[in-house]
Design a binder for this molecule. Sequence first.
Ligand SMILES: [Zn+2]
Length: 798
Amino acid sequence: MGSVNSQQKASSAKRSRHSDSYRYQYVVGEDSVIKQLNNGSHEHTYKSVDDYDMESLDSDDVKVLHLSAVPYYVADPQIVGSYYCGGRFSKCSLGTIIFESLVITSLIIALAFAHVKVEACPKEEYSHAEDVLKPLTCTENICMEAVGDILSKMNTSVDPCEDFYTYACGNFVDKQFLSPSQSTVSSMSALSDANLQVVYMGLVDKNRTKLFGKESTALRKARKLHELCMDMKTLQLQGAAPLVKAMETFGSWPVSQEEFNASSWNFSDQLLKLHAHSFTPLLSFVVYSDEKNSSAYSIYFGQSGLTLQSEKSYNITLDPKRNSALRKAVIDYGVAVGSILGVSENVTRTVMEEIYDFEAKLAAINVPIEYLRNPTLCYHKVSVGEVQKIFNSTLDLLPFLHAMMNRTDLTANTTLITCSKPYVDNLKPILDEYLQGDKQRILNNYLVWKLVDYSVDHLGADFQFSKLILKEVSQGVNNLGERWKDCTDAVGGKMDRVTGALFVEGRFGTDERNAVLKMLSQVKDTLTDNFPGYKWMDKKTTEAAIEKAKAVLLQAGFPDYITDAKEVDDHYKDLESFDTYFDFLLHYNRWYRLFNSAKLDKQPDRKEWQMSASIVNAYYSSWTYGGMGAVIGHELIHGFDDQGSQYDLHGNLNNWWTNDSVKAFREASQCIVNQYSNYKMGGTPVNGQLTLGENLADNGGLSIAYKAYLQSVEDNNIKPMMLPGLDFTDRQLFFLSFAQVWCQRATPEHAQSSLYYDPHSPPKYRVQGTFSNSREFAQAFQCKAGSSYNPHYKCKVW
Ligand SMILES: [Zn+2]
């Protein structure tokens, strides 16, 4: 589901700017992250982080060296064709998530019982002391529905101690309908779809002109954009015309040897035009809050995305069968697009082969994802002048930046922050090679391919179908997605404040918000209380950790500004409406680039929300600690995972650990790395390093949520709530509920691809990995020591 939206500003009057009560920002919403990942590609390396010369770094700079990747959150999904964060996943994730306030911006909670409403099962009063130990059974309708939902996912013929994932999700995995246009379907996706429907209904309601009772011009623009997107008939009739017109500005594609005129081609002009419209071939630039100074903005730059999701995919020898098939698919896809444009197959095939080979060279020099994940190691300041020296005469950086960002005040001394300096160093000789003779034509074709590849999704059905050639091989998808979903997503990705408002109005009430906040606060308290119990952490670090946890502001639901129609309108005031979809999109891309660039003159707003409220969803009921509680715990633990632990309570990249505690943390984390590296999917091992942050969060989240649950039962003196017809104790339900959050059916292609780029472990191992480390799970299900889910050796960090 949906868009991850940046640039939203909360304006909660309740929070003071100077208060320490909000420091970190957390984003809950796993599937939206995955969606964004699909746009770009960053993990390629076989070079482990350990190969980097960490010892040479200032010891103050190195807090935690266990790296992995949580490209968990992407700053600017609008920047097409690549990540805005310049391959700096750590920037994408933590810059976004943690740099400022710890705000639970958005909760996509995939509860096993998504439709259970707030306070679903009313707490009953107990007057008889003798009843105290007798559990209660909830017989409300919603509890009955929850039972149906839980049972429908399970395969009870499996031994829960040997394969709890299949026990909890087996029926879902086997029987859930996966349409030809889907690569996965999960507990979460059903919830996302329901949210999307609410937004869709708001966008297509012709009589609707108001947001929260006030006329809204932004709503009109969003509705127009949506209408143009939905009008497949017109898109089909327009055919290639919008793309052909765009090529007048951005350059032709595909250009054969006979057609190319080197004397009329200018590399930097073409690059500039594309970047100014948020197409980011070769490099990416984004204005983002400085990770070591969360009160200022800086320009981040680095490597950009590729056509395939993972750099690894360009390495044929790594996985010859799969990667050769992907190579062929990229080329065939381009050939199909060429044929719609009326170009002969021979010409396009040659051009696509050249493009692929060029991209493979870029893939080979991409800085590895494991490295990008470490915000401290990634924080390199360079001046424009220094980068200019690297590029020399190849690219005149200052005028380029000025034109792209529509400003004139940058100088050779202007600071850039990058994680990808080795990439830039290595890019220069490649560019020089391709700025000679006929290779210039290949470079032209590659640059414009970024536009073409982007356009395909936004033109008529012929174009969209051509991309299925690639999607089938990479994701196992062989049909177009449902248009209403694609268009609602597309509008949400661009005008998130409008879709967020539509969602809040249509769905998210204060009851839900309060219920979530209540649980957030319980889980947070449990985490804070827990710190002194971590024996590997010394006193000084423990105290600092408690301070950091206390500084977490618990916020859930939606930013208040979203309910202010005027503020929403003002935000989009310079975004114009157009009569054709493609023109609207191109204008939007330019608008967005300028919007982002203008931030350089501002101060980061700590209240800025990074995710649209329309992807918010949270439900609460007394036994949902295993679902929502654990997801909340997961997000809180991210503040103390391998990345989050590098940020202080002010959200700045700054060490607050003693050396001894860092060492102990590394050792404890290594246990998790080793554990998950032993899990395999179709013969391919899980990347324990890549998934470390998520695994830490899963394990810690489960453990904290379980404690919070026990605590809440004790504090409130409530009886355990049972579900009718289910022979489970409340504690068993807790674990069942956690496992069912991760029920997922996926195409084999998707499951395979994810291993290369997804920072989350495969769902099966999210369950097995966490439960194997949980004595409480083994107890609840009375698993014999040594069974698959109760191994003798257990890892424990948080
Ligand atoms: Zn996570």
